[in-house]
Write a protein that binds this ligand. Structure first.
Ligand SMILES: Nc1nc2c(ncn2[C@@H]2O[C@H](COP(=O)(O)OP(=O)(O)OP(=O)(O)O)[C@@H](O)[C@H]2O)c(=O)[nH]1
Ligand SMILES: [Mg+2]
Length: 204
């Protein structure tokens, strides 16, 4: 029987941009990667049921480092800096991008990617680039359509169907509705993470 992860036990380990400081590449981890301000850090807080484990902000570009959280020994979540925030100085942006690319393409303990997208603007050009690029890495992808509370239930469901029909025909990924303040979709997201982090051979 696999061990249940208690997400509420998550704790901050360290944050750093530099590879030499990253947590040892052992065990299993899942990274949250996506456009700036879509709610990556808020999703991590909702999933771990902690108000301010990951720092959130109204100002885009808040998460500027790779932030590692431990769930169990050798089992982690990672909050990555958001991409696509135009006001970030180019030199800084390039540096983040380099580190994100390096992380995603070399990290052996990485078992899957959660890509949060604002439900009001899913699959931006940058998201599409990210999806195609990560597809080549053969990592399973799970999309959170965040801020679902900003739309009516009917509208949110129609975006969900549209995403499934229009986009997921081309990519090997799953998708769900999510709202951090309403805690919508937290259980579904946890199940997915549990499966990737603690599952056996079937990690799709
Ligand atoms: N209404 C609503 N607001 C949300 C939700 N998730 C996040 N927000 C708000 O969106 C803003 C950005 O949230 P963050 O979690 O900091 O976003 P992020 O993707 O981590 O941003 P960066 O670290 O800058 O890339 C904050 O003001 C949050 O309160 C949600 O599900 N619903
Ligand atoms: Mg963040």
């Amino acid at each position: 029987m696999t061990q249940e992860i208690n997400f509420a036990q998550a704790r901050f380990m360290l944050s750093s941009l530099e590879r030499k400081d990253w947590v040892a590449d052992r065990g299993a981890e899942v990274a949250f990667v996506g456009r700036s301000n879509v709610g990556k850090s808020s999703a991590i807080n909702a999933i771990t049921n902690q108000k301010s484990l990951a720092r959130t902000s109204k100002t885009p570009g808040r998460t500027q480092l790779l932030v590692f959280f431990e769930l169990l020994e050798d089992i982690r979540l990672v909050d990555l800096p958001g991409y696509g925030f135009a006001k970030t100085p180019i030199a800084v942006r390039n540096r983040w991008q380099e580190q994100i690319v390096e992380y995603l393409s070399t990290r052996e303990s990485l078992k899957g990617l959660v890509i949060p997208m604002d439900i009001r603007r899913p699959f931006t050009e940058l998201d599409q680039q990210m999806m195609s690029w990560t597809d080549d890495l053969q990592l399973p992808i799970h999309i959170l359509l965040t801020k679902a509370d900003k739309l009516s239930r009917g509208k949110a469901n129609s975006v969900l169907l549209d995403v499934q029909k229009r986009w997921l025909a081309n990519y090997d990924a799953s998708v769900q509705l999510f709202s951090a303040p309403k805690r919508l979709g937290v259980d579904v997201a946890r199940e997915k993470l549990q499966k990737w982090l603690k599952g056996n051979s079937n990690n799709s």
